[in-house]
Unconditional design. Structure first.
Length: 496
């Protein structure tokens, strides 16, 4: 246990039991601190505080007290039991107290707080929740008296007992003030639970306004209320790249490797962009299978094609998909993304990466992520995700759609990709051809030719350079005038 003093608080941390929250505040609430939790009705304040008390009493031998000025004992116990928190059992074991009070007057405030302190001493409580604190503060006629009560009774007495306290207060939608507007000034920490409707879907975000003596996250963090209570969905951590890699990873396509000067640099991020049917998934599968053939683990995250379809597709090229799956050299995970499950699914992806620890990773395609998340959030998420994988030495390839009239390099997602490969269908001389262009390859002296390719029974095969074609990176391909003239001459048996 750390006991060094910092801003009047000990460095001993109090784990909340709310998944993902403690990492935002340097490991937990500082022991003995006074924390204000504000939010609209339905934002999850009571659930958060219940998880905080239940975790302490059931897991850490830290008894807790819930002081309620709103919800009665039976309702609280019943609602929390639905979330797998049995407070009745904890009460019988002497680890928990539920203190219920009706509306009180200023004269009764001292008696009420004295009773609470007495119960704390009897239970040897280390955790306390007052819900809502507004009911207690409103008993004072003068706000300054309420502020003094918070500072002297709750601040000093509770802190000296080493009891970490949550004050729950309401916040009106759209209002900047929390509770009576005085609590946040005397509290050691302020946590805001916010709700908004975006594209017809309710979005919950948590913000840590302040946390004395703590390196706290300054970002808005998404959270949700599930069967097990509140879960915090942290965005991917932006990690500094501490080392560089000289190794290049083969894509599994000989001609493409040659264009890239040997392959994709390890820990780089590559975007393969193209319209539907141009071969994006084929290249992604080549990349994963090539790794398996070299005993490198590959994780294929698919948001569009289910696993059986991808296995069938790969076996059509003669690859031993089931064999690689059985050996654990590749893993395919199909996920369907919707606005109401987005954070949960992306958290699942991150857990898979942590558990499986692949050398190669594919995300095919990122379109559902953008649709579910929104363009601004999606670009930042992908930027962080790529940075996190690069720091762990993982090479990522993701596929994305592109319009035939818009250059790939105009898209925001291409700005942080190390390599950008564009695939296009072209109509030249009355024949539909497929073309591949490397728009960008950071740190690589890459081939800038426009190369033709075909998808054969053995996979993608690179062909020769497409000569005499113009404007195919921005619009429908066409031959140059000189080339067209030469073509007509040859057809008529003439030479030039």
């Amino acid at each position: 246990m750390r006991t060094q003093r910092c801003s009047g608080l000990t460095e001993d941390r109090v784990l909340t039991g709310v998944e993902g929250f403690d990492a935002l505040i340097d490991g937990g609430f500082p022991r003995g601190s006074l924390i204000l939790m504000a939010g609209e009705a339905g934002s999850g304040k009571t659930i958060f505080s219940a998880q905080y008390l239940h975790h302490g009493a059931s897991k850490l031998a830290e008894p807790g007290i819930y002081v309620s000025f709103a919800e009665n004992r039976e309702t609280f116990f019943e609602n929390m039991k639905k979330l797998s928190m049995d407070f009745e059992k904890l009460e019988q074991e002497g680890k928990f107290r539920f203190l219920e009070y009706a509306a009180i007057t200023e004269k009764a405030v001292t008696e009420t707080l004295t009773n609470v302190l007495s119960e704390m001493d009897r239970l040897k409580a280390r955790r306390l929740v007052i819900d809502p604190f507004t009911a207690l503060a409103q008993a004072f006629k003068d706000p300054i008296d309420a502020r003094v009560a918070i500072h002297t009774i709750l601040g000093k007495m509770v802190r000296q007992a080493g009891c970490t306290t949550l004050l729950i207060t309401e916040k009106t939608s759209g209002a900047r003030q929390m509770g009576l507007g005085i609590e946040e000034f005397v509290a050691d920490g302020v946590v805001l639970l916010d709700m908004s409707t975006k594209r017809g879907h309710l979005t919950r975000k948590l913000q840590i306004i302040k946390m004395r003596g703590t390196r706290a996250s300054s970002e808005d963090v998404r959270y949700d209320i599930k069967e097990c209570g509140i879960t915090i969905y942290q965005p991917p951590e932006t990690k500094p790249v501490k080392r560089t890699y000289d190794k290049k990873l083969s894509t599994g396509i000989k001609g493409l490797d040659e264009m890239l000067g040997g392959g994709l640099p390890q820990a780089s991020a590559t975007m393969v962009a193209g319209a539907s049917g141009t071969g994006k998934t084929t290249i992604a599968l080549h990349f994963i299978i090539e790794g398996a053939q070299r005993d490198e683990r590959g994780l294929f995250i698919s948001f569009e094609e289910p696993e059986p379809k991808l296995i069938h597709y790969g076996e059509g090229f003669g690859w031993d998909m089931k064999g690689y799956l059985d050996k654990g050299l590749i893993r395919i995970k199909y996920l369907t993304l919707e606005p109401d499950n987005l954070d949960e699914q992306l958290l699942h992806v991150r857990n898979l990466l942590r558990e499986y620890q692949p050398a190669r990773c594919v995300m095919d395609s990122i379109t559902p992520v953008e649709k579910a998340m929104g363009e601004g959030d999606y670009v930042e998420y992908m930027r962080r995700w790529s940075s996190s994988l690069a720091a762990d030495g993982i090479t990522i390839l993701f596929t994305a759609p592109s319009e035939t009239t818009r250059p790939v390099t105009d898209t925001e997602i291409s700005t942080f990709a190390d390599n950008v490969i564009s695939l296009r269908d072209l109509e030249l001389g009355g024949t539909l051809k497929r073309s591949l262009t490397i728009f960008k390859a950071r740190g690589i002296a890459h081939d800038r030719d426009i190369r033709e390719f075909e998808i054969t029974p053995k996979g993608l095969m690179m062909k020769k350079k497409l000569a005499g074609a113009q404007c195919i990176t921005r619009s429908a391909g066409r031959r140059s005038f000189a080339c067209e003239e030469a073509h007509v001459a040859v057809e008529h048996g003439q030479t030039k």
